[in-house]
Design a protein around this ligand. Structure first.
Ligand code: ARG
Length: 470
């Protein structure tokens, strides 16, 4: 290929080789910020004219030139050239080619350092909003599922050993809390980005009488940055967003893991819809949870993006360093990945079918009523819990040796362990009773679930309102 000279080649007698130009370019990665770049340039040039730094005529020419370029990019006819290095140079060069000298006035009082920081913030705010919308759709789906299946009982686990029976609503609402916290983390990343650096120029500010407040306001920022040196070096907002994505991805991965386990023949609690499962090329019987596995698998990638970004920034002297060009690839990758995973998960859980019989059956085995049997002794006979625990431990051991369930023991047999067991113990061991006994706030009883649901719905609605404001 034969490349044209770089825009900054004025003070150079030789220029980098083609290989080096390709090596140094960020265009393939950052060209996706073209909308933000054009918006920033239009507002900057309007401001320059308002401040009498360029003429209104020049500003008008810049604006219409940029609009032509915008249309070209939109329809796919714009010629991106790697030797332009990045999206900022590509658009500015195209503008000057299109409208001549007026285009060359656009960069007055601006550096690519504040320009790239502005574009990246605007892009991130946009993407974070869209991720927050997807996240809320997932939260709403979990709320629907919790309402729809509130009577379904599943085993609750610790150490992946059956622990205590819970309602499946309790389970869905647990994830709804995680995604509500993720929403907050994304919101806080949005707020970190909502701070306009344009006008910081290279690092020191500029001698032109810029109106930074006007620029910030026109671009939809709430405030202007305070320190120019910081604002061209600050990538905290990216870290915040990629951290939010990492935690959210970990939540999705945990949920995926349960979908993978619970759709196996061994568990058999859930069935994925055909749309969300895949077959094997050799084993005709297989129905795999590929998409859940992929979500789990992509977690490594998003957490890797966070690591990559942190290490890139570590040890960079102020202000801008070319290292920072490496910020976008992991950040964009994390945003793309989390958004697609949230959407896939939403569709996947909406299409699940539940094997209620299997879940109920699994909830009665495994001595899951053992705690309730101990509680019965505490409540009825005022035994200290530790003592009741000991008695029930012996009962469990005996059942285990004889291959029986707690519910299989007769009253006589139970009384052999402790004389105080009465007929009412049968009732205390009924699974629905056990679930409904957990009435503490945050518990799994139907009454406690109703409260959880209400709170979860309220938090969701508040967050919906927050999105609508942006
Ligand atoms: N492509 C560059 C980046 O992504 C833009 C900023 C370039 N600034 C500079 N002083 N070389 O970081």
């Amino acid at each position: 290929m034969s490349l044209k000279k770089p825009a900054w080649s004025g003070r150079f007698s030789d220029v980098p080789s083609e290989d080096l130009i390709v090596f140094g370019a960020s265009l393939p990665v950052d060209k996706r910020m073209w909308r933000q770049d054009i918006a920033g340039s239009i507002v900057h040039s309007q401001m320059l004219a308002r401040q009498g730094i360029i003429t209104d005529k020049e500003a008008a020419a810049i604006k219409s030139g940029l609009q032509v370029i915008e249309a070209q990019i939109e329809e796919g006819s714009f010629q991106w050239a790697i030797e332009d290095e990045d999206v900022h140079m590509a658009i500015e060069q195209a503008l000057t080619k299109l409208i001549g000298e007026d285009g060359a006035r656009l960069h007055t009082g601006r550096s690519r350092n504040d320009q790239v920081a502005t574009d990246t913030r605007l892009y991130l705010m946009d993407r974070v909003l869209s991720i927050s919308r997807s996240l809320n759709a997932l939260r709403l789906e979990l709320i629907h599922l919790a309402e729809k299946h509130s009577a379904v009982i599943i085993p609750g686990y610790t150490h992946l050993q059956k622990a205590q029976p819970i309602s499946i609503a309790h389970y869905y609402l647990a994830y709804a809390q995680m995604f509500a916290r993720d929403f907050k983390r994304f919101t806080s990343a949005y707020e970190a980005a909502d701070n306009c650096p344009l006008g910081s120029a290279a690092l020191a500010g500029t001698s032109y009488p810029l109106d930074r407040e006007y620029v910030a306001d026109q671009l939809g920022f709430t405030r202007v940055s305070i320190n120019a040196l910081d604002s061209v070096s600050d990538r905290d907002f990216l870290l915040d967003a990629v951290y939010a994505a990492s935690v959210c991805q970990v939540h999705l991965s945990r949920l995926s893991e349960e979908l993978i386990l619970w759709t196996t023949e061994e568990f058999g609690y859930l069935k994925l819809s055909d749309k969300y499962s895949t077959g094997s090329s050799i084993m005709p019987q297989k129905k795999n949870a590929d998409f859940a596995e992929l979500i789990r698998g992509k977690t490594g990638r998003v957490v890797g993006d966070l690591n990559s970004l942190l290490v890139t920034l570590k040890g960079l002297p102020l202000a801008y360093n070319k290292d920072m060009q490496e910020d976008k690839e992991p950040a964009f990758d994390a945003l793309d990945t989390i958004e697609s995973c949230i959407k896939v998960m939403t569709g996947m859980i909406a299409g699940l079918s539940l094997n209620e019989g299997r879940m109920r059956e699994a909830s009665t085995g495994g001595f899951m009523a053992a705690t309730d049997l101990a509680d019965y002794l505490v409540e009825k006979h005022l035994l200290p819990f530790r003592q009741a625990h000991e008695i029930v431990g012996n009962i469990v051991l005996t059942c285990e040796r004889q291959g029986r369930k707690l519910q299989d023991l007769s009253i006589d047999e139970l009384q052999g362990f402790y004389p105080g067991f009465g007929r009412d113990v049968e009732d205390a061991l009924r699974i629905d009773k056990i679930v409904d006994a957990r009435t503490t706030e945050g518990g799994t009883s139907r009454t406690a679930i109703a409260v959880q649901l209400e709170k979860t719905r309220q938090a969701y609605s508040l967050d919906e309102q927050l999105i609508a404001l942006r």
